[in-house]
Structure formats: structure tokens, C-alpha cells
Design a protein around this ligand. Sequence first.
Ligand code: ATP
Length: 454
Amino acid sequence: MAKKPRQKILFIDDIPALCEEMVTTLCNEGLEAESNLSPLDAIPKVVRGDYDLIITGMVIAELGGFEIIRSIRGGGCRVPIIMVTGFGTEQSAIEAARLGVADYLTKPIESKELVARVRRVLWEHAPSPPTRHKSLARMISGDAKMNTVFEKVKTIAPTESRVLILGETGCGKQLLAHAIHQQSQRSEQPFVEVNCAAIPSNLLESELFGHEEGAFTGASKKRIGRFEAAGNGTIFLDEIGELGFELQSKLLHVLDSGKYTRVGSGKDQISHARLVSATNRDLMKEVELGRFRADLYYRLNVISIELPPLRERPGDISLLAQHFVNQFVPEGRQPPTFTPSAVEMMRLYPWPGNVRELQNFAEQLAVLHRNTHIEATDLPSRIVQHGLAGPNAVSSKERLPFRKAKDQFEREYLLGVIQDANGNLAEAARLSDMDRAQFYRIAKRHGLTTNPDS
Ligand SMILES: Nc1ncnc2c1ncn2[C@@H]1O[C@H](COP(=O)(O)OP(=O)(O)OP(=O)(O)O)[C@@H](O)[C@H]1O
């Protein structure tokens, strides 16, 4: 595997001792850094794209910090810039923000703080890695188990075999059934879907097989059923586990003989459709409990495909969340990205509604979220609450080192209070009876905000 190139940092300042100190601190942390005492010499190299992050002092004899930034930006270069100043005023902070400075540090700078800020800015501006995901029709995944599913689908789709898809609600069974159809020789023919749970049982038979005029009260006209509509295509019976006993027998008859009759007719119709079915129930258990016919189960289950729930493919959580945000973001707007703390929080959540639940919340975020990043605190409260109560809760037997335990407490506390303040940091600081700047600094250390004004 090709080694990821290290990101290069340039520190611009005309104080040699400071340059040396900064470069040493960064290099000791494994970062690649160098300095330049002359802005006029540095700017062309920066504009040429030699660096991934610039840290610049504000008062430099040759050219002031703001002039440096204007020259870099004037050259069309969007490299992230951190500004270091000895005397931060509100005015200079505003000007820095106006010029698109990524962060603003006031001296004296603690080494740890510097490294944390640098890492954060580098992470935020890193080009997104090419996502190593596979796709099957409209389904995407980066998970090994799903990759096996995709491979299986490619093998079985072109055959005529019946397929039974198993999986929890919302994990992609319908999408997978459609993918099977699309990859088959029948892709030009209809794909007809019937949700067996959504149609009242007394209407389901006529929905599936059609009816003749006057077959029952209300049947004023002859109507073809879904099997007939599917023709030489695929019929997808979703929630097959909900099928009543009587209809199970009728379906079994179709599968055995290829024939069915419209309600109110004595004439056989031939079905040429391929059957794909799905359920979120444990069908074998239903058979054991006498609620599902064993013979039908075996006819349906020629090939079975099990879709793992979202919580069992953690890598897919952020992949799909970002995919949906990109998909739903209004035209002309840059899609916001998830911060590591948001990703971590999402991974702790069990996603009972699987991909559908994730898709719904990502759509809301894509439309309503106005910042460039999605923080843990921007997630729905059920996800945050779960994250706080879940694995973060330290068991009494587990003794963490004091520093780590304090860190953990601090993070949980901040998340909770920011959540209570609906993401408003000033309000969160007030609720915790803390100075706003101090609160913001700690929140930032925990990666809980990127926006000082929020
Ligand atoms: N791997 C995936 N890639 C992209 N979108 C997905 C993926 N899996 C599911 N989805 C989307 O998530 C939503 C739910 O998926 P789908 O309807 O296929 O689930 P289901 O298992 O059939 O649900 P139910 O059991 O409730 O019928 C759909 O909008 C679907 O497009």
C-alpha cells in the first residue's frame, strides 16, 4: 500500500529563536515542519502549493501577518493558515476571520495546544481520501460482510433461482432486491414490489392475483394482479413473514405449479415472474412456532442472503452518513463534514432503524445545518444521550488513570451541557457557570466545536 505523504507545515516569522522552537515542537510530534524568516521569500513557495499548512506571526518587519495572508490568497491559494499573535485584540481576530484564517493563537503558546490546533486544522483541511467502498446498483458499502453480499448477488442475479433476503428493518432489503433484478437478464422487464404487511389481508389475494368483475363487493371492474403485472420480470414480496396461512397455501401453489387464478375466476393464469422475497422475521422460528408453512419456507429459501444490521458494520455508519449528506445538501451549498467526535458518537449508537434511520437524520442535517462541520453536539439527542450513557460510563471495577478519567468526565459534562443549551456555547458556558473563553477552549480541545461564535 502506498504510504500517505506527510503534510508539510511552514512557520513564517522573523524571530529565529521562535522559529526554531515551533519547528522543534512540531517535528517532535512527528509532523513535518520548517520555517522561513522572510515572508517575501516564502510567499511564492506557498502559492506554488509547496505546503499544506501555514503558521504566520502577525508582526514581521518585512511584511505584516495580514499582508502575508492577503498575498497568499491574492495568488489564488486556499492553504489553511494559523495566525500567531502576541496581543490578540477583538479587531485583529475579526480581520483574521474575514481573511479566512483557520485558527488564531495568542502567545504564550503551550506546545500541547499548538500541536492539537495544528493537527485539527490539518485534519479539517485534508483532502478527503478516495473512499474505498464498493457499490451495487444504488447500494454502497465499505464493509467486508457487505462486500461478500455484493459478490453473492453478482453470482446469483443472472440465474433464475428464488432469493430470500433476511435482515432487520431498514437495512437495505428492498434496495438489494432491486439490485438483483437490475443485474439479471430480466432487467428490461418490470420490477413489481408488494409489501405484504401494508395491504389488509382480505385485499392481498386480489392485489397479488387480480380479480374478475363482481368477484366481491366493490370489484366493479376486472383488475390484473401484481403477478400478472410483473410479467417476465421480478416480483418482490416484502415482509413475506406477515402473509396469512391461507395466502401462504395459494403462494405455495404458484411456486409449485407456476399457475394462479384471479379472484372470482376458474381459469388458470401462468406466472413467468421470478420471485424475490424478504423478511425481518426469523422465518425458521415462525415455522417452528407453526405460523409459517415449512414447505413454503423451503420453496422461497432456495438462496438466502442475510444483510447485516448497520451496527455490525461500523465503517458504513460514517460512509453512509456522509453519502446521504452529500446527496441531500441543497444545490450550490458545500456539504458539511462530520468531525471525528461526531463519527465516534454515531458509532456508539445501535441504529435500531438501520440505514433508513441514518438516512432520515442525514437528510435533516444536509438541509438545516449551516456550518462546515457537523459536531457530536449537532447530532439528534437520542444519539448523544446514548453515547453519554453507553460505553463512556465507567464501570466501578474499571479504574482509569486520573487524567484519563478526568478527561472523560470533562467531555461527557461538556457534551451534556452543550446539548442542553441547544449547541449554543455562550449559553452552555453560562449554564456551567464558566467563563465563555475558558469554556470554548476546553470544548475545542475535546473537538466539540469549530465555530467560536456558536
Ligand atoms: N447500502 C446502502 N447504500 C445506500 N442507500 C441505502 C443502503 N442501504 C439502504 N439504503 C437506503 O436506506 C433506506 C432503507 O432501505 P430499504 O428500504 O431497502 O430497507 P428494508 O430493509 O427494505 O426496510 P424494511 O424492512 O422496512 O422494508 C432506503 O432509502 C435505501 O435507499
